[in-house]
Design a protein around this ligand. Structure first.
Ligand code: UD1
Ligand code: CA
Length: 456
């Protein structure tokens, strides 16, 4: 097998997006477009990936991280000019270079692999990935001769009416013989409507040099969708959403209403889990088997065990065990850890807290910066008073403790093992194990008060 290299073009501003965010950083199913492309390239496995950055270079690098090479295109003079920036890194290498655009987020590793294999089998010097488009407006068109061989690619803006009638489009993905790519790029000019150095012009240059040019047509136009504006962004979102949902369903996940279920591309879900309508699962989230998620639940960067039920709730950057019940209307904020069989009920907010096995906060509570042991019952309205206006403080509630309704636990404070806190208490001092703490005023009853008041 040849050495393989990848060049991903990501320097454009994306004027048509009308955005302060650089185009390739706009997300599809929760992940920036260019990250989708890089992730798929890494599945194919290439010797080196070079990303051409320009507008928002630092932001794009920050997103993609280490492990790939970057070259800077200071001025955006066209896609051909963009590829030339990779010359210093790649020109002396033998092998095949696949060029991709950072704004085609739906392309899959499978299609890249098929394109590379076709290119290699044909012994071609350049192979363009093409597709039939029902509406080819805006795309470059593939111009073939009478024998069907690819002659050149003409941009929509430069095309004659006759050429615009061609429905076979340039997807913006190509394979090239690496050395020929960089020698041909030197010959690309910019006398066209946009005054840009077009990468597709390399095809005509190589063709005129009698090099073998191939075209590989994918039957999935969807996969090659180029996102230039927000209308296309919404189409990409919809296509990817359907693709992701379908894969989960084929793997044994029930999705009640796929149109209204939004699952990020890095989420994993176990068998027999049911995802109810209106749920959004994002980031690096893993969900176990036999869970019920939703309706209307948002989970981000969290791990959920098996058999857990989460209804109408938000869970962020947290770890949830097996057979946990959350919601309706709970908020689990970052760095929380709920062990098996925990129950967090309606209108309960948990922040940076751990709950041991079987513990419960069933109604109307705020538990922040707390270590809650096993089998603890936090009554309705339990509040950890964790913030003194300057610092956050820890509350510890040890195994088996019982906190009566409407109690304030003023941190730092520890409630010992099996201790009881009477309802309505404001606890300011540690409570020893097995003790009962009552910290409220005694009740006074004034008999016959009302009659006296009314003068009866
Ligand atoms: C390009 C192709 C077109 C193809 C379409 C597929 C050219 C001239 N045209 O058109 O034939 O049908 O993609 O989606 O290549 N970029 C840079 N530097 C630049 C210019 C662009 O890095 O100087 C990057 C952009 O960030 C983008 C990609 O190259 O990720 C494609 O550029 P774009 O302007 O979107 O090209 P299209 O007009 O869509
Ligand atoms: Ca584009």
């Amino acid at each position: 097998m040849n050495n393989r290299y990848a060049v991903i073009l990501a320097a454009g501003q994306g004027t048509r997006m009308k955005s302060r965010l650089y185009k390739v950083l706009h997300s599809v199913c929760g992940k920036p477009m260019v990250q989708h492309v890089v992730d798929q390239v890494s599945k194919v496995g290439v010797d080196e990936t070079v990303v051409v950055v320009g507008h928002g270079a630092e932001k794009v690098k920050e997103q993609l991280g280490d492990g790939i090479s970057y070259v800077l295109q200071e001025e955006q003079l066209g896609t051909g000019h963009a590829v030339i920036q990779a010359e210093a890194l790649l020109k002396d290498k033998d092998g095949v270079t696949i060029v991709l655009c950072g704004d085609t987020p739906l392309i899959t590793a499978k299609t890249m692999e098929a394109l590379l294999s076709y290119h290699e089998e044909q012994g071609a010097k350049a192979t363009v990935l093409t597709a039939e488009a029902s509406d080819p407006t805006g795309y470059g068109r593939i111009v073939r001769d009478e024998s069907g061989a690819v002659r050149r690619i003409v941009e929509h803006k430069d095309a004659t009416n006759e050429e615009r009638a061609i429905t076979e489009i340039n997807t913006g993905t190509y394979c090239f013989d690496n050395a020929l790519l960089f020698s041909a790029l030197k010959l690309v000019g910019n006398s066209n409507v946009q005054g840009e150095y077009y990468l597709p012009d390399v095809i005509e240059i190589l063709q005129k040099n009698k090099e073998l040019i191939a075209a590989f047509q994918t039957n999935s136009f969807d996969e090659t969708l180029g996102v230039n504006d927000r209308v296309a962004l919404a189409s990409a979102e919809n296509i990817m959403k359907n693709r992701i949902n379908e894969e989960h369903m084929r793997n044994g996940v029930t999705i009640i209403d796929p149109q209204n279920t939004y699952i990020g591309s890095d989420v994993t879900i176990g068998m027999d889990t049911v995802i109810e309508p209106g749920s959004i699962l994002k980031g690096e989230t893993t969900i176990g088997i036999e869970c019920q998620i939703g309706p209307h639940t948002e989970i981000d960067d969290s791990a959920i065990g098996d058999g857990t039920v989460i209804k109408q709730s938000v869970v962020t950057k947290s770890e949830i065990g097996h057979h946990v019940k959350i919601g309706p209307f709970s908020h689990i904020r970052p760095l929380s850890q709920l062990n098996d069989e925990v129950k967090i009920g309606n209108f309960v907010e948990v922040k940076k807290s751990t709950f041991g096995k079987g513990s419960k906060a069933s109604h109307l509570s705020y538990i922040g910066d707390a270590e809650v042991g096993d089998d603890v019952n936090l009554g309705c309205g339990s509040i950890t008073v964790n913030y003194d206006g300057v610092k956050k403080h820890l509350t510890k509630v040890e195994d088996g403790a019982f906190i009566g309704c409407n109690s304030n636990l003023i941190a730092p404070v520890t409630i010992g093992k099996n201790a009881y806190v009477a309802a309505g208490s404001t606890i300011t001092k540690d409570v020893p194990g097995d003790a009962l703490a009552i910290a409220r005023q005694r009740q006074t009853v004034k008999n016959d008060y009302v009659n006296k008041l009314k003068g009866n």
